[in-house]
Design a protein around this ligand. Structure first.
Ligand SMILES: CC(C)(COP(=O)(O)OP(=O)(O)OC[C@H]1O[C@@H](n2cnc3c(N)ncnc32)[C@H](O)[C@@H]1OP(=O)(O)O)[C@@H](O)C(=O)NCCC(=O)NCCS
Length: 160
């Protein structure tokens, strides 16, 4: 696990687009942004509270995790977390390792709480979050309208 470099932007963007294309895990229907937006994002992590962590196996990209402060001025101690692992490398512990590293980085960046949300039917993600101590704090019913139908949103948080 390491912080992202600008050279990672292409891999991060390509994987994001391919996970969006699966239409099963993320509430984004069409990937927005460009590789250069990702380069800027990576640069921004050097001088802000944002973070982008990369998981590597055998020197190859395997997945990434983002931390972004909540937008409210009074919630700058709270970070939102997003995570994706390359399809071919899921189920072998990469997600768990990224989530564990994220807690350390979030503390270093001065955050006191991590929040995240997932599709309520994403059993793998929910199992992972609950296993490492995230608390389910609510369900928003029919919060997303995906091509295959409505999906509830499960909201999680963990105090650091
Ligand atoms: C959700 C995701 C990040 C998890 O990462 P991962 O590397 O696949 O997960 P891990 O291998 O670290 O496994 C974590 C736990 O989930 C379990 N798990 C993994 N794959 C599973 C599967 N197919 N079925 C059931 N449990 C599974 C593991 O056994 C492990 O639990 P354990 O420690 O009790 O054994 C990854 O699957 C992913 O990128 N999915 C698509 C995008 C997504 O859903 N992102 C999150 C949106 S909020």
């Amino acid at each position: 696990m390491r912080h992202a470099f600008p050279e990672d932007a292409q891999a991060l963007y390509t994987t994001f687009c391919s996970v969006v294309g699966e239409l099963r895990w993320l509430p984004t229907l069409h990937p927005n942004g460009t590789v250069s937006d990702w380069v800027s994002w990576i640069h921004r992590t050097r001088r802000t509270k944002e973070a982008l962590l990369v998981a590597e196996i055998d020197y190859g990209y395997a997945g990434h995790l983002s931390l972004q402060p909540e937008e409210w001025e009074a919630s700058q101690h709270v970070t939102r977390l997003g995570i994706i692992v390359t399809k071919a490398l899921r189920g072998i512990g990469i997600g768990k390792a990224l989530m564990q590293s994220a807690e350390e980085v979030a503390r270093e960046k001065g955050f006191e709480k991590i929040v995240l949300s997932t599709f309520a039917d994403n059993k793998i993600a929910r199992h992972l979050y609950e296993e490492i101590g995230y608390k389910l704090v609510g369900i928003r019913e029919k919060h997303f309208k995906m091509p295959h139908g409505y999906v509830d949103e499960a909201l999680y948080e963990k105090a650091l």
